[in-house]
Design a protein around this ligand. Structure first.
Ligand SMILES: [Zn+2]
Length: 158
C-alpha cells in the first residue's frame, strides 16, 4: 500500500482555499480530484504498479498549463491539481520518505518501492504517522475557517 494524503483531505483543502481566494471552489475541488481519479484506477487494475503515476507527475503540466491558460475555471483546476501534488509531496517528506517524491517525475523517475508494512495494519500505521497529524491540522483549519466564516475582503472594500 502506497501512503498518501486522504482523498477527502485534498478536497477539503481546496474547498477551504476557494473560500479565501477568488478562485472557483467547484473547479478547485475538481482539480484536486484529478490526480487520484486518473492514477488510482491505473494502480488498482494493475496497468501500472504504482498509485502515483500520470496524474501526479510534473510531466502532466503539459496538460495542466494549457488548461490554466484557457480560463479562470481552468486556472482553478490547475491550482487544485497543484495543491494535490504539493500536499502529497509534503506528506511523504513529513513521513520521512522523501525518496517517494521520485513518483512525481513518473515515468522518468519512480520510487524504489512501498514502505514495508505488514498487511492489515495500514490503518493503525497511518494513525501513527506524522502526516496524519498534518491532516488533522488541515481539517482543524478548515473547520475554523467555516466556524468563524473567515472570508478575506478580496475586493478591498471595508
Ligand atoms: Zn495523490
Amino acid at each position: 500500500m502506497f501512503f498518501n494524503v486522504l482523498f477527502p483531505t485534498h478536497l477539503l483543502a481546496t474547498a477551504t482555499l476557494g473560500r479565501v481566494s477568488r478562485l472557483s471552489t467547484p473547479w478547485l475541488v475538481a482539480g484536486a480530484a484529478v490526480p487520484d481519479i486518473i492514477d488510482k484506477p491505473l494502480g488498482v487494475s494493475g496497468i501500472v504498479d504504482l498509485y502515483h503515476t500520470v496524474g501526479h507527475s510534473v510531466l502532466f503540466l503539459v496538460v495542466i498549463i494549457p488548461i490554466a491558460l484557457y480560463s479562470n475555471s481552468g486556472r482553478a483546476v490547475a491550482v487544485g491539481w497543484g495543491s494535490h501534488v504539493a500536499l502529497d509531496g509534503v506528506h511523504v517528506v513529513v513521513n520521512g520518505r522523501a525518496i517517494d517524491l521520485l513518483s512525481h517525475g513518473w515515468p522518468v523517475t519512480a520510487p524504489p518501492g512501498p514502505p514495508d508494512i505488514p498487511s492489515g495494519s495500514f490503518f493503525s500505521h497511518y494513525l501513527g504517522s506524522p502526516s496524519f497529524l498534518l491532516e488533522v491540522v488541515l481539517w482543524l483549519l478548515a473547520g475554523l475557517t467555516l466556524l468563524y466564516n473567515i472570508r478575506p475582503d478580496l475586493d478591498g472594500e471595508s
